[in-house]
Design a binder for this molecule. Structure first.
Ligand code: DU
Ligand code: SF4
Length: 228
């Protein structure tokens, strides 16, 4: 597999019946009035960004009217607007907005994936769905290979997804299992002994950003720290 082949295989995955139903139902019937004239992607969201990245950002799952509409990670909702503006301020993105295919957005040094790739009802995937999709996350981690230096997770579901995926791949994970927090860090080791730093950051969801729990300077600080 290459990353492009992986993306193609992921985008037709139907392993989680509840999520397949939700992503397709929203795409067919559940559209917001403001998007009523737009075609919906209605599939799993493939990873996006620099295929030679040394840094991976792991989110939670596509938003029903965001990635599930546009087909690109963090694109078409308030979470994504907050994230891409920060990626642009910190030099990882060539423009501050992500609209969708053909908008010219390019990331440098960063790739973005979701821990669960299909939009879940109420943004809440079940433990079984998280475990099932961790297999895809593991493939993305493997394909970035020894270039991968840092994995930053937005929220606890991404954090735990990375620990599940890397444990399955035979990586060395600290014991006791490191806990998610804003600014939390842990060092993982690949089977070949290559170190990968895990960094936690509050999720960019409106629940956190509208309340000031996660501010633009806080996100910029974490993003800038990934380069060190
Ligand atoms: O066709 P391509 O240049 O490999 O780009 C595929 C896809 O990945 C495109 O949507 C741009 C994005 N991308 C990026 O964001 N950063 C890169 O360094 C290379 C590609
Ligand atoms: Fe497949 Fe992941 Fe979607 Fe489940 S959530 S159907 S494993 S892509």
């Amino acid at each position: 597999d290459t990353l492009a082949e992986l993306d193609a295989r992921v985008s037709v995955c139907r392993a989680c019946p509840r999520l397949v139903d939700w992503r397709e139902t929203v795409a067919r019937e559940g559209r917001r009035a403001s998007f009523a004239d737009q075609p919906y992607w209605g599939r799993p969201g493939p990873s996006f960004g620099d295929p030679t990245a040394d840094t991976l950002i792991v989110g939670l799952a596509p938003a029903a009217n965001g990635t599930n509409r546009t087909g690109r990670m963090f694109t078409g909702d308030a979470s994504g607007d907050f994230l891409y503006a920060a990626l642009h301020r910190t030099g990882y993105a060539n423009q501050p907005t992500s609209v969708g295919a053909g908008d010219g957005l390019r990331l440098t040094g960063i790739r973005i994936v979701a821990a669960v790739r299909c939009a879940p009802p109420a943004n809440a995937p079940t433990p079984t769905e998280r475990a099932t999709c961790a297999t895809w996350l593991g493939r993305d981690l493997e394909l970035l290979g020894d270039r991968l230096r840092v994995v930053m997770t937005l929220g606890a579901i991404g954090w735990n997804g990375v620990l599940a995926a890397t444990t399955t791949l035979g990586w060395t994970v600290p014991k006791p299992r490191p806990k998610f927090g804003h600014g939390a860090r842990a060092e993982l080791l690949t089977p070949s002994g290559h170190p990968v730093r895990l960094v936690g950051c509050f999720h960019v969801s409106p629940h956190n950003t509208y309340t000031g729990r996660l501010t633009p300077p806080m996100l910029d600080d974490v993003l800038l720290s990934l380069r060190n």
